[in-house]
Design a protein around this ligand. Structure first.
Ligand code: NDP
Ligand code: ZN
Length: 351
């Protein structure tokens, strides 16, 4: 079968790979819609996970089940499903301990396009289908559903980790698709003042629609000064980092109040260390909490993300600025994600 792969660091291309087969608890899925992720860009062009040879990329998909293992009870061939980017090993001690995304090792719930073939293929394998797939609700558009695999769950998790108190002030640094979902999540969780940080106009407009009360353009003067000025030097209660560079964590510590929370879902692709500014971190005594997390995966999480769409709480399909048709468009879509033209939020490929 055909797949679009990372050939080595900095190189991508089409490869022929063996069609996967299902173990007793697994499923083989044929994609109906896929989307490239900024994480694929970090993985290929920054070599963030180390070298990978001929690894099929992609971890955001909606598909139709082609085959199920003998022990799969809730799904059958022909079912349309939402596939989470993170497909944990649910029979693991880490999952029992509330950390399914790190089942059997740090980040190991993230299998597709990390250490197993991803979804940019004619067929892909899903481990523990009953626990990791969610039925596509009837009538849900594919452009909406494919945003749930990663963008909705990650952005909203950024908000969930941010300890948002009702009416508190929240800043979201980065309003690409992940940050936009963080804005939507923070709004649902009760943020009062909600400051979005970004520069692309399409993202700015959608952030206001998703609940931001105002926007700071980090390209027009530093974001730290602008946010401190807006808050009379006091800073914000919570910061969600969903974009930026290695210094963004430092910016976040500078703008969060003592006792506040910095919640990071950004993927730092380069560098050995990340800077925490000593003075603004109260020389270690500021009670500024710094958290970071890989998104939650699995079936229940996907069902809950779908419920947010069904009941009109989030509208992630609005982020699909570039919709392609056909398997061979995957390459173009990934290159768009790499180049980030200013009218892009997220590309989707319908198959
Ligand atoms: P995008 O590149 O689309 O968006 C990044 C955002 O950050 C843009 O709004 C951009 O602004 C802004 N930005 C860039 N540089 C700076 C800066 N110096 N200071 C402040 N803001 C800046 O990314 P995505 O939304 O697709 O993904 C965001 C991150 O989340 C990525 O690192 C991705 O790998 C990661 N990720 C993490 C996951 C997890 O499980 N934790 C899962 C999925 C993704 P501008 O408007 O100028 O472009
Ligand atoms: Zn991703």
């Amino acid at each position: 079968m055909k797949g679009f792969a990372m050939l080595e660091i900095g190189k991508v291309g089409w490869i022929d790979a063996e069609r996967p087969s299902a173990g007793p608890y697994d499923a083989i899925v044929k994609p109906l819609a896929v989307a490239p992720c900024t994480s694929d860009v970090h993985t290929v062009w920054e070599g963030a996970l180390g070298n990978r040879k001929n690894m099929i990329l992609g971890h955001e998909a909606v598909g139709v089940i082609e085959e199920t293992g003998s022990e799969v009870k809730d799904f059958k061939p022909g079912d349309k499903v939402i596939v989470p980017a993170i497909t944990p090993d649910w029979r693991s001690m880490e999952a029992q301990d509330g950390m399914p995304m790190h089942s059997n090792g740090m980040l190991s719930g993230w299998k597709f396009s990390n250490f197993k073939s991803g979804v940019f293929a004619e067929y892909f394998h899903v481990n523990d289908a009953d626990m990791n797939l969610a039925l596509l609700p009837k009538g849900m558009p594919l452009e909406q559903a494919v945003m749930l695999s990663d963008m909705a769950t990650t952005g909203i998790q950024g908000a969930e980790m941010a300890n948002i108190k009702t009416g508190s002030t929240v800043a979201v640094i980065g309003i690409g698709p992940v940050g936009l979902m963080a804005v939507a999540g923070a709004s649902i969780l009760g943020a009062g003042r909600l400051i979005a940080v970004g520069s692309r106009q399409v993202c700015v407009d959608l952030s206001l629609e998703y609940g931001a009360s105002e926007v700071v353009d980090y390209r027009k003067g530093g974001l730290v000064g602008q946010i401190l000025e807006k808050t009379n030097g006091k800073g914000v209660d919570s910061v969600i980092i969903a974009g930026g560079n290695e210094n963004t964590i430092s910016d976040a510590v500078k703008i969060v109040k003592p006792g506040g929370t910095v919640s990071n879902v950004n993927y730092y692709g380069t560098g050995d260390t990340l800077p925490i500014p000593r003075i603004e971190w109260g020389s270690g005594m500021s009670h500024k909490d710094i958290r970071g997390g890989l998104t939650t995966g699995g079936r229940l999480r996907m069902e809950r993300m779908a419920a947010l769409c069904t009941y009109g709480r989030i509208k992630p399909e609005k982020m699909a600025t570039h919709v392609f048709e056909g398997f061979d468009k995957i390459e173009e879509a990934l290159m768009l994600m790499k180049d980030k033209p200013r009218d892009l939020i997220k590309p989707v490929v319908l198959l």
